[in-house]
Design a protein around this ligand. Structure first.
Ligand SMILES: Nc1nc2c(c(=O)[nH]1)N[C@H]1C(S)=C(S)[C@@H](COP(=O)(O)OP(=O)(O)OC[C@H]3O[C@@H](n4cnc5c(=O)[nH]c(N)nc54)[C@H](O)[C@@H]3O)O[C@H]1N2
Ligand SMILES: Nc1nc2c(c(=O)[nH]1)N[C@H]1C(S)=C(S)[C@@H](COP(=O)(O)OP(=O)(O)OC[C@H]3O[C@@H](n4cnc5c(=O)[nH]c(N)nc54)[C@H](O)[C@@H]3O)O[C@H]1N2
Ligand code: SF4
Ligand SMILES: [Mo]
Length: 747
C-alpha cells in the first residue's frame, strides 16, 4: 500500500469511527427505547453491552444521548446478572474519559522522549522496524503479547495477522498468567479446554467447594448466584486466608499455602477407602481410576493433616460432605492456577468430581472460574496456545482445515507451538527475540519478578505498546505507542466463564485519534503487504462469521450462530451451538450431560502426580510466605482503568498494604496502620500494616494492584502450563529502620 493510500485509509477509518454509533442504534433506534425497566435517566436510546472487566459477563444497559453514552444500569432481564452489577460495572464508562487516554500515536525521539506522530508515520515505523528485524534475525525474532480483554474478533485478527500475515511464530498473552493451568488440565483430562458448567449450577448444588477462589471480591455477581441457592448448601472454602468468601462460607479449611494437592489426594484416598465412589460412572465414563486409587493410597489422614496443618477431623468432615452431597460442585480460580503444581491440582479437583460422579448433572462439575472478560475467547481464538477455533498448530490436518477455510496456503500456518510468555521474555534475554508487540496488557506491572521485566523490555530493538492509556508502566518502555479505543468504543464479542458469547458495542466515540484495535490491525495488514489475505475480515461481524465457520466439528462448534443478531436476540449463547441446533433465549446449558468426554474414546482421564517442593521456601532471613491476589471488588489489576474512577478509587485502598497476623505484628512491634517494609530476595516495597486475623501467622498478603508487588514475587512456573506461581514466595516484614526513608525503599 502506498503512503497516499495508507493516509486515505486512515482518513476513512477515523471518519467511520466518528460516524453514527452502534449498529443497533443505526438500524433500529426504536427497539431500544423505554419500557422494560425503570431507567435512572431518560435516554435517547438504551442498548445492552457485556461488561468489559471480569469474566462473569454481566449485561449493562447503556443509556445513549446525542450519540454518546451518558449513563448505564445493569440489565434486568439477563440470565447472568438479573439487574445487578458490581462497582466496576456501574463505573464502566468513567475510565473512557480519563485525561491520560492515548489520543495520538507516540514515537520515541532521538532525545528519548515519546512524541506525538501521525498515524501514517506510526504505521510506517511499525512495519519498517519489524521488517528489518525479520530480515536480519528471521521470523522467530518477532513476538507479540496479547490479552483476554479484547473482543474475540480483535484477538483473532491480531493472532492471524501476526502469524499468517507477518510470519511470527511466537505470540502469547496475559491469559498465560491466568488460565493456562485450567486449559492444560482440561485438555489432558477431558480432551478439550471445556469448562463444563453454567451459572445455574451455583444455585443447584447442595455442596459447593471453592478452592483458591475469592468470588466475594473477584466475581461478586457469581457469588450473588450462590446467595440465591435455595438448598441451604454447605459451602466449603479452601484458602490459607480467611477471605470475605471464607467468612460467608459454612466451612473454611485454612490450609498451609501450596498443600492443596496433598489435601485433595488425602480426601480421594478416604473416599476410596470408605467406598464413597460412583463405580458405575467411573466404569462407564473414565480411564485410569485404578492407578489413581493406588497413587492416593499413601496419602493417609495423618500424613495429610501434617502437611496441610488441618485437623484430621476437618479433612474427614470434608470427605463426608462430598459423600453426602447429592450435587457437589468444585470451583477453583487463581489459588489453584497460579501454583508450581497447578495443573495437577486442577486435575485433582477434576478427579474428585469424576470419582463421585459429580459432573454433567445440575449443581455439579469441576469448574474453573475464568478471570478476564474474554479470557475464554482468547483461549479458543487468539491463535496463541491453540490454532484458531481450539485447533492444534502441530497437527497437519488442523492446519489444512484452517488454511482451506481461510483460503490461505497451509505453509502460512506455523507447524509448531509458540513459546510461552516466560520463554518469550527469556528469548529477549538470550538475544533471540528483538521485536515485541504488546497489546492490552501491562506486563511491566503484572508479570512476575519485575526487576527482570524492566531490564528485559529495555533490551529490545523495538517495543510497541498498544493501549488505551499512554501512561502505563509498560508504555513507559515503548519505542512506539499506538492509541487504542477501549471497551464501549468498539464492537465485538466476549465469551464468559460459562462459555456464553455476548456482544459488546460502540456506545461512545474514542478520544482524539485513537482507533479500535481491529482497525489498527487492518492498517498494519495493509501496510505490511498482506491486506489481501484479510480482505474478507472486513468488520468484526464478518470475522465472527469466519470464526464460527472454523469451529465446525470442534467441541466449541458455533456454526449454528449466523451473526450478531442471534446473540442479541438470545441474550448471549453458550457454546456449543452446532448448525441446526435451536437454543432458547436466556437458556442455560452444561456440558457432559451424556457422559461423553472429548477424548477419542469418549472417556475422561484420571491424571495425577506427586506433590512437588514449594519453589522458594521460607528461612530465618525471609520467614514469611507472601500471598498475592485481588484486594477489593473495585480494583482491577494494574489500575489503569479503575484507578481513573474517583468512586472506585475511594472504595479500594489507594496505598499499598500488607495483611499480617496480630501475633506476628506484636512480635515485630508493628502497630496497625504503620508503614512497614516487605522485602524478598529480589526487591522490596513499603506498605501499611493491616493487622488482621484473616491471615495466618507466618503468612502475609499484598494485593497485586500495586506496581511494586511484583518486585517481590519469585519467578516459578507450573512445568506443564508455564503459568507463573504468583501465590507463594519468601519475604521478610519489618518496621522502617531509623533514618530509613520510605521513598528510598520504593525508589
Ligand atoms: N475486583 C477484581 N475482580 C477481578 C479481578 C481484579 O483484578 N479485581 N481480576 C479478574 C481476574 S483476571 C482473575 S484471574 C480473577 C482472580 O480471582 P481469584 O482467583 O478469586 O482471586 P485472587 O485474589 O487472585 O486469588 C484467590 C485466592 O487464592 C488464595 N490462595 C493463595 N495461595 C493459595 C494456596 O496455596 N491454596 C489455596 N487453596 N488458595 C490460595 C488467596 O489467598 C486468594 O484469596 O479475578 C477476576 N476478577
Ligand atoms: N502478584 C500477582 N501478579 C499477578 C496476579 C496475581 O494474582 N498476583 N494475577 C495475574 C493475572 S490472573 C492477570 S489476568 C494479570 C493481568 O495483568 P494485565 O493484563 O497486565 O493487567 P491490566 O491492568 O488488566 O492490563 C490491561 C491493559 O490493557 C489496556 N486495555 C484495556 N482495554 C484495552 C483495549 O481494548 N485495547 C487495548 N489496546 N488496550 C486495552 C489497559 O489500559 C491495561 O494497560 O495479572 C497477573 N499478575
Ligand atoms: S461482576 Fe464482573 S462482569 Fe459483572 S459488573 Fe462486575 S466486573 Fe462487570
Ligand atoms: Mo487473570
Amino acid at each position: 500500500m502506498s503512503l497516499a493510500d495508507l493516509k486515505r485509509r486512515i482518513g476513512e477509518l477515523v471518519h467511520q469511527r466518528d460516524g453514527a454509533l452502534t449498529r443497533d442504534l443505526e438500524r433500529e433506534p426504536g427497539k431500544f427505547g423505554l419500557g422494560q425497566v425503570p431507567r435512572r435517566l431518560l435516554p435517547d436510546a438504551v442498548t445492552s453491552v457485556i461488561c468489559g472487566f471480569c469474566s462473569t459477563g454481566c449485561s449493562l444497559d447503556v443509556h445513549v444521548r446525542n450519540g454518546k453514552a451518558v449513563n448505564l444500569s445493569p440489565t434486568a432481564d439477563h440470565s447472568v446478572n438479573f439487574g445487578t452489577a458490581c462497582p466496576k460495572g456501574w463505573e464502566a464508562l468513567v475510565p473512557l474519559c480519563a485525561p491520560d487516554r492515548a489520543t495520538t500515536p507516540l514515537l520515541r525521539s532521538a532525545g528519548g522522549n515519546l512524541e506525538p506522530v501521525a498515524w501514517d508515520t506510526a504505521i510506517e515505523t511499525f512495519v519498517s522496524r519489524f521488517k528489518a528485524i525479520k530480515r536480519k534475525y528471521g521470523d522467530e525474532a518477532m513476538a507479540f503479547l496479547g490479552t483476554g480483554q479484547m473482543p474475540t474478533e480483535e484477538l483473532a485478527l491480531l493472532g492471524a495477522l501476526a502469524k499468517f500475515g507477518m510470519g511470527m511464530v511466537h505470540g502469547d498473552g496475559n491469559t498465560r498468567q491466568c488460565m493456562a493451568t485450567a486449559v492444560v488440565a482440561y485438555k489432558q483430562s477431558f480432551g478439550f479446554d471445556a469448562p463444563p458448567y453454567t451459572y445455574a449450577d451455583f444455585e443447584e448444588s447442595d455442596v459447593l467447594v471453592f478452592v483458591g477462589a475469592n468470588p466475594c471480591v473477584a466475581h461478586p455477581i457469581m457469588w450473588g448466584r450462590v446467595g440465591k441457592n435455595p438448598h441451604d448448601p454447605a459451602i466449603v472454602v479452601v484458602d490459607p486466608r480467611r477471605t470475605e468468601t471464607a467468612m460467608a462460607a459454612t466451612d473454611h479449611l485454612a490450609l498451609r499455602p501450596k498443600s492443596d494437592l496433598s489435601l485433595c489426594y488425602g480426601v480421594a484416598s478416604l473416599l476410596v477407602q470408605r467406598g464413597w465412589i460412583d463405580r458405575p460412572f467411573i466404569d462407564a465414563h473414565t480411564t485410569g481410576f485404578e492407578q489413581f486409587a493406588a497413587h492416593v493410597a499413601p496419602f493417609t489422614l495423618d500424613r495429610v493433616a501434617e502437611v496441610t496443618g488441618l485437623a484430621p477431623e476437618a479433612i474427614e468432615r470434608f470427605a463426608e460432605q462430598i459423600h453426602r452431597g447429592k450435587r457437589v460442585s468444585f470451583w477453583w480460580t487463581m489459588g489453584v492456577n497460579q501454583s508450581h503444581e497447578g495443573v495437577r491440582l486442577a486435575q485433582a479437583l477434576i478427579n474428585l468430581a469424576l470419582m463421585t460422579g459429580n459432573i454433567g448433572r445440575p449443581g455439579t462439575g469441576a469448574n474453573s472460574i475464568t478471570g478476564q472478560c474474554n479470557a475464554m475467547g482468547s483461549r479458543l481464538f487468539a491463535n496463541t496456545t491453540s490454532l484458531l477455533g481450539g485447533h492444534d498448530f502441530t497437527r497437519a490436518d488442523h492446519r489444512e482445515k484452517v488454511a482451506s477455510q481461510l483460503g490461505i496456503a497451509p505453509a502460512r500456518i506455523p507447524a509448531k507451538n509458540s513459546l510461552a510468555y516466560d520463554q518469550i521474555l527469556e528469548g529477549i534475554v538470550r538475544g533471540k527475540i528483538h521485536g515485541l508487540w504488546i497489546v492490552a496488557t501491562n506486563s511491566a506491572h503484572s508479570w512476575i519478578n519485575q526487576a527482570d521485566v524492566h531490564d528485559i523490555l529495555g533490551r529490545l530493538d523495538f517495543l510497541v505498546v498498544q493501549d488505551m492509556y499512554s501512561t502505563t508502566e509498560t508504555a513507559q518502555h515503548a519505542h512506539l505507542v499506538l492509541p487504542a479505543a477501549g471497551w464501549g468504543e468498539k464492537d465485538g464479542t466476549f465469551i464468559n466463564s460459562e462459555r456464553r458469547i455476548g456482544l459488546i458495542k460502540r456506545v461512545a466515540p474514542a478520544p482524539g485519534q485513537a482507533l479500535a484495535d481491529f482497525y489498527i490491525f487492518k492498517l498494519i495488514a495493509e501496510a505490511w503487504g498482506c491486506g489481501e489475505m484479510f480482505r474478507p475480515w472486513s468488520s468484526p461481524e464478518e470475522v465472527f462469521r469466519i470464526l464460527a465457520s472454523l469451529t465446525r466439528g470442534q467441541p466449541c462448534d458455533i456454526t449454528g450462530l449466523l451473526g450478531y443478531d442471534d446473540l442479541e436476540a438470545l441474550r448471549g449463547v453458550q457454546w456449543p451451538v452446532p448448525e441446526g441446533t435451536t437454543v432458547a433465549a436466556r437458556s442455560e446449558r452444561r456440558l457432559f450431560e451424556d457422559g461423553r468426554f472429548f477424548h477419542p474414546d469418549g472417556r475422561a482421564r484420571f491424571v495425577f502426580g506427586d506433590p512437588q517442593r514449594v519453589p522458594e521456601v521460607t528461612d530465618a532471613k525471609f520467614p514469611f510466605t507472601l500471598l498475592t491476589g485481588r484486594g477489593s471488588s473495585s480494583q482491577w489489576h494494574t489500575l489503569t482503568r479503575t484507578g481513573k474512577s474517583a468512586v472506585l478509587d475511594k472504595l479500594g485502598a489507594r496505598e499499598p498494604y500488607v495483611e499480617i497476623n496480630p501475633v506476628d505484628a506484636a512480635a515485630l512491634r508493628i502497630a496497625p496502620g504503620q508503614r512497614v517494609v516487605v522485602e524478598s530476595r529480589r526487591g522490596r516495597m513499603t506498605a501499611r500494616a493491616f493487622v488482621t486475623h484473616s491471615i495466618q501467622p507466618t503468612q502475609v498478603f499484598v494485593p497485586m494492584h500495586y506496581a511494586r508487588t511484583n518486585q517481590l514475587t519469585f519467578p516459578a512456573f507450573d512445568p506443564e502450563s508455564r503459568q507463573p506461581a504468583y501465590k507463594a514466595c519468601a519475604v521478610d516484614v519489618r518496621p522502617l529502620r531509623d533514618g530509613e526513608r520510605a521513598e528510598d525503599i520504593d525508589a
